[in-house]
Design a protein around this ligand. Structure first.
Ligand code: GSH
Length: 214
């Protein structure tokens, strides 16, 4: 049995949960809540970085999100002979993985903005740091807008699709920026993703605001 250390608001932990469900592995995984702020949480013994998601498999400790997704993909392809998370071959897969790195980078910037607010006292806020991080996100949205994405993978989303859905919800949940201003067509993308992937709704953070697709 795999053990996933995560917490409900984590967009990265949510990616792992959705991927496990899409690949039919949820039954092999137990979620054990982790509190990254608590020094006594054994997460810091399991993963010296003290980060979630962290996956425990026997004596192995697997992180970060991308490595966990790679691990799931290995298990799935060994069994089924084909990949859902990283379809295609050669440069096609590399481009998909680069698009995944872009989404994860957008989210890492979002998380750093959350921590800027959490760790720095009110009178020590550094606006230029927040702007620096936000610019990574808005430049990425400009690229995504130019790519004009539509969601066409049905119940078998790629890792990049799963990450994008979790990232968009993160910006809404943390109210960091309204992605609809940067890439309006992603609203119908979300609608199609939500209709096709059942674990999207099942993994929403509790107190996220309603949207047409939630
Ligand atoms: N890029 C990492 C990011 C993971 C991450 O930043 N997780 C946050 C929670 S959403 C965390 O554990 N933060 C605690 C910390 O940075 O100390 C991944 O993909 O796993």
């Amino acid at each position: 049995m795999m053990i996933l250390r995560t917490s409900p608001p984590s967009p990265f932990g949510r990616m792992v949960k959705i991927a496990a469900d899409v690949l039919g592995m949820s039954g092999d995984m137990t979620v054990v809540a982790a509190d990254t702020n608590d020094p006594d949480d054994d997460l810091r013994q399991q993963n010296p970085l003290g980060k979630i998601p962290t996956l425990l498999v026997g004596d192995d400790v697997i992180y970060d999100t991308r490595v966990i997704l790679d691990y799931f993909d290995q298990l799935y392809t060994a069994k089924h002979g084909t990949s859902i998370l990283y379809p295609g071959t050669g440069m096609e897969t590399i481009r998909l993985k680069t698009a995944l790195a872009r989404v994860i980078g957008m989210l890492d910037a979002g998380i750093l903005i959350v921590y800027e607010g959490r760790f720095r006292p009110e009178n020590m806020r550094v606006e230029s740091f927040v702007d620096y991080q936000l610019a990574k996100v808005t430049r990425s949205f400009a690229e995504i807008k130019a790519e004009n994405p539509t969601y066409t993978n049905g119940a078998t989303p790629t890792a990049t699709d799963i990450a994008l859905a979790c990232a968009l919800d993160h910006y809404d949940y943390r109210k960091q920026l309204d992605w609809r201003d940067y890439c309006p067509s992603l609203a119908s993308w979300m609608m199609d993703f939500s209709n096709a992937v059942p674990s999207y709704k099942a993994t929403l953070p509790d107190d996220i605001e309603p949207a047409e697709w939630r």
